[in-house]
Design a protein around this ligand. Structure first.
Ligand SMILES: [Fe+2]
Ligand SMILES: [Fe+2]
Length: 169
C-alpha cells in the first residue's frame, strides 16, 4: 500500500522517532552482533537524515529562520558525523569505547532534535511560521530519502562529509 504523503516536518520528526527507538533498543540489547547491527542501523538512519536536511530542508530555511540556529545545526550535524565515522570505521565491541561512543552520539542527537523540534522557537516552528511549502518539501525529502536508503543499503554508508569543518576528518 502506498504510504500517505507526509509534509516535511512530519517526515523529519518521524525520522527522529525512528532513531530514538533504535538508541533505546541499543541500550537494552546484549550480544556483540546485535549491538553492532543496531549501531550500523543508527549510523545509516542518521546519515540519510542529515543528508536530506542539509541538501533540502536547511537550504529552504535559509533567510527564513534564525541564522545562528541554522549555523549551529550544521555544526551539530558535523559533530555527530565525526562520531558516526568513527563508529562505522571501528571494530565494534572490540573497541572498549564502543558503548560510550553510541551513548554520547545519542546525547548529541537528543540535544539537536530538541533544537529542531522545540515549540515556538525551534527550527521547525520558525520554518512553519515563515510559510515554507512543507508539502512540496516533504515530497522532495521523501524522494531523496528513498534514493539514499537504496544506495546505502546496496553499497554501504559512505564516510560522512563534513560541511563546516575542513580538517577534522
Ligand atoms: Fe533532524
Ligand atoms: Fe538536523
Amino acid at each position: 500500500m502506498a504510504e500517505a504523503k507526509k509534509d516535511a516536518i512530519a517526515l523529519l520528526k518521524e525520522d527522529h522517532r525512528t532513531v530514538e527507538g533504535l538508541f533505546e533498543q541499543f541500550e537494552k540489547a546484549s550480544g556483540e552482533g546485535r549491538k553492532q547491527k543496531l549501531a550500523e542501523q543508527i549510523c545509516l538512519e542518521l546519515s540519510v537524515h542529515a543528508t536530506i536536511e542539509e541538501e533540502i530542508f536547511y537550504p529552504a530555511c535559509e533567510g527564513k529562520v534564525d541564522e545562528e540556529l541554522l549555523k549551529e545545526a550544521f555544526v551539530e550535524h558535523d559533530g555527530a558525523k565525526m562520531l558516526i565515522a568513527d563508529i562505522q570505521a571501528g571494530s565494534g565491541q572490540g573497541d572498549e569505547f564502543f558503548d560510550a561512543k553510541v551513548k554520547v552520539l545519542k546525547e548529541q542527537i537528543e540535544h539537536h532534535v530538541e533544537e529542531e523540534e522545540k515549540r515556538m522557537e525551534g527550527m521547525f516552528s520558525q520554518a512553519r511560521k515563515a510559510g515554507l511549502d512543507m508539502d512540496a518539501l516533504g515530497e522532495q525529502l521523501a524522494r531523496r530519502k528513498a534514493e539514499l536508503v537504496a544506495t546505502f543499503e546496496t553499497s554501504g554508508v559512505p564516510k560522512p562529509e563534513l560541511t563546516t569543518m575542513n580538517e577534522a576528518l
